[in-house]
Design a protein around this ligand. Structure first.
Ligand code: 15L
Length: 309
């Protein structure tokens, strides 16, 4: 049985995943604060992702890592820097030094939250983060890419939509992932024999999905759930949107928070300068016209006064 480390195991995603995975793997749970109630097959090791020494200790001897640790929403820069940037680096670096072959990185829909809702995106789109949090997730994905190419690590990035027992609102009808579907993706990430570097979307088979999750399906993902089952109930409870922008973009209120520009403005088109026809005759003329530069005569070096003994 494989031993799998789960960082940030005390959070909500960890709590959903544990019962789905603890019969299939030996789970080593890690978090800042102790997790008191452990199921059979689970153990706990305390660790702070921002401390490399802690990560070196907790990653020792595991077959794979599910990295959920870090700050899970938008936050001040110093918090994001410590938990998500430094924390993520420490995790990958500790895994490399301890020879852990496979890392599953819990990235987020907010790595690409600035795509519009009427634009279906797949795993190949360039990132468009909607927050400092989203930027930290792009950082983690790119770090995974580096460790995969440079050190041969097998890295599986899951851009999680919203993991919950049911979708909470209209936006989540498009990005919801049920615990069992997310667990299925995690199992693919742990056990699929041919992972080098992959990005997939952590979403159920939602009718209203904004994602083309073909890459996950290629690797065998067959979601069991669809948020649409909850649609009538969810839409009946839906409150009017706080602002227009959060309705247009996939990231919702992560997009509109702190907004100071107009994301819908046109990208300026740069006109290509016309290539000038070659003017051979002029070239000769200008060559003639160019006066040769006279070399300045080198001045004889002034004799140094010797500071004799
Ligand atoms: C996330 O990435 C967060 O971790 C989660 O708390 C939700 O805010 C989710 O995105 C979402 O977009 O609903």
């Amino acid at each position: 049985m494989k031993t799998v480390l789960m960082t940030g195991a005390g959070g909500s995603v960890g709590s959903f995943l544990r019962p789905e995975l603890n019969t299939k793997y030996r789970l080593r749970l890690s978090d800042l604060r102790p997790i008191k109630q452990l199921a059979p097959g689970e153990s706990f090791v305390q660790g702070d992702v921002a401390k490399l020494s802690d990560m070196l200790r907790v990653t020792k001897g595991v077959d794979a890592i599910i990295h959920l640790g870090g700050f899970a929403v938008e936050g001040p820069w110093d918090v994001i820097l410590r938990a998500n940037i430094i924390g993520c680096y420490n995790l990958f670096e500790a895994a490399r030094r301890n020879g852990v072959k496979r890392v599953l990185f819990a990235t987020s829909n907010h790595a690409a939250g600035f795509y519009r809702r009427d634009h279906k995106i797949d795993h190949t789109v360039y990132p468009k983060p909607d927050s400092r949090y989203g930027v930290s997730k792009v950082f983690g994905e790119q770090l995974g890419s580096l460790y995969s190419d440079k050190y041969g690590m097998e890295v599986f990035c899951i851009r999680i939509g919203n993991a919950a027992t049911a979708p909470a609102d209209k936006r989540r009808l498009s990005i919801w992932v049920s615990p069992r579907d997310l667990a299925q993706l995690m199992q693919i990430g742990i056990d699929h024999p041919e992972i080098r570097f992959e990005i997939v979307y952590g979403v159920s088979g939602n009718k209203r999905s904004w994602y083309d999750n073909a890459n996950a399906e290629r690797l065998g993902y067959r979601p069991q759930d669809d948020g649409e089952r909850h649609a009538t109930e969810v839409l009946a409870k839906e409150k009017p949107a706080q602002d227009a922008l959060s309705e247009v973009y996939q990231g919702g209120t992560f997009v509109s928070a702190e907004i100071g520009g107009d994301p819908s403005r046109k990208t300026p088109t740069v006109k290509r300068a016309k290539a000038k026809p070659a003017k051979a005759a002029k070239k000769v003329k200008s060559a003639k016209a160019t006066k040769p530069v006279k070399k300045a005569k080198a001045k004889p070096a002034a004799k140094k006064k010797s500071k004799g003994k």
